[in-house]
Design a binder for this molecule. Structure first.
Ligand code: HEC
Ligand SMILES: [Cu+2]
Length: 313
């Protein structure tokens, strides 16, 4: 769904540092393999000839010291130093990040929280909006098992571990949608656990955050109002929160601004009215084993529910 996942097209400073190290390792490895291959072939041929005096002469010893100790040791030390330097630079976010976002791994979706303004906690799912060109601190935790957070074009993998808070940072050089995924096997629906970073201009980001901080307005349309009643009296409200209503559930994604999201169920479906109806009618057929049970709703209740959810802009 939406943008593919590129691992070779870095689009921000963290990815650029990791790309550079990756290419360095790749090139050095190729050179080492080729050189060792040539030496092995040459050695085999020499043994064949039965001429091995060179190995015992002084020039042979020099070869062993230079080729067997000095060159490999230099390559290893330089590689070690570059790796440590890259890890250090990519692991610690800049001291004053523009935005801090909490990302909580759930089986099988991502909860996304912004605590920038203490009066308003913004909670959304599977979509991380960030201002372009500014460093973003990502605080990672898990509600259940070990997951791993990976947005290949922006930053490498960081484990998401229950009972621990790991920190990653990322920054996008240009606006766009960067697809990521959970990259630590976490059960049945691991492959349907996409995350999307939406990088937009700082003004657009501020506007988005302001919209997200608002509570849902009570529906005016009678069909939608009936839908809200269904939502509150059925199990939905026990698992989902809609800020501004009585629904405070914490098991599933916050639905306050559901319509603004691109996908449903962590990239499993495009967010359209038809897919939303299908998801509520039988989410287990779409994402088997996910934590939303199949509920029996009358056709009327289902339509009312969808009409209500479609007002959550
Ligand atoms: C037992 C808890 C539970 C109940 C009850 C429940 N849900 Fe869910 N719901 C979830 C979970 C968990 C997810 C996330 C599934 C996933 O992506 O793996 C979810 C996902 C969703 C989504 C997709 C949200 C998104 O951003 O991807 C919608 C919409 C939704 N539920 C609506 C409803 C409605 C409407 C009801 C009542 C008819 C309902 N749910 C009942 C747990 C529940
Ligand atoms: Cu996972």
């Amino acid at each position: 769904m939406t943008s593919p996942m590129y691992i070779l097209h870095g689009a921000g400073p963290v990815a650029a540092m990791q790309d550079k190290l990756g290419w360095y390792l790749m090139i050095v490895s190729i050179i080492v393999v080729v050189v060792v291959g040539i030496l092995v072939l040459a050695g085999a041929r020499r043994r064949h000839d039965g001429r091995d005096q060179v190995a015992r002469s002084g020039s042979g010893m020099r070869w062993v010291i230079v080729g067997g100790i000095i060159v490999p040791a230099t390559v290893l030390v330089v590689t070690f130093a570059l790796t440590i330097a890259t890890e250090d630079a990519t692991a610690s976010p800049p001291a004053d990040p523009a935005v801090t976002v909490q990302v909580i791994g759930h089986r099988w979706w991502w909860e996304v929280k912004y605590l920038a303004d203490p009066a308003h906690t913004v909670v959304t799912a599977n979509e991380i909006h960030i201002p372009v060109g500014q460093p973003v601190r990502v605080e990672l935790s898990s509600a259940d098992v070990i997951h791993s957070f990976w947005i290949p074009q922006l930053a490498g993998k960081t484990d998401v571990i229950p009972g621990q808070r790991n920190v990653a940072w990322l920054e996008a050089d240009s606006p766009g949608i960067y697809r990521g995924a959970c990259t630590e096997y976490c059960g049945l629906q691991h492959s349907n656990m996409a995350a999307f970073v939406v990088a937009e201009s700082p003004a657009q980001f501020a506007e988005w955050l302001e919209t997200q901080a608002k509570s849902a307005a009570p529906p005016s349309d009678p069909d939608a109002a009936a839908g809200l009643a269904v939502f509150q009296k059925s199990a939905c409200a026990a698992c989902h929160a809609i800020r501004g209503s009585d629904a405070l559930g914490q098991v599933g994604p916050d639905l306050t601004h559901l319509v603004g999201r691109m996908t449903l169920a962590a990239g499993a479906l495009e967010n359209t009215r038809g897919n939303l109806t299908g998801w509520i009618a039988n989410s287990q057929a779409i994402k088997p084993g996910n934590d939303m049970p199949t509920m029996t709703l009358s056709a009327g209740d289902l339509q009312a529910l969808v009409s209500y959810l479609e007002t959550l802009k």
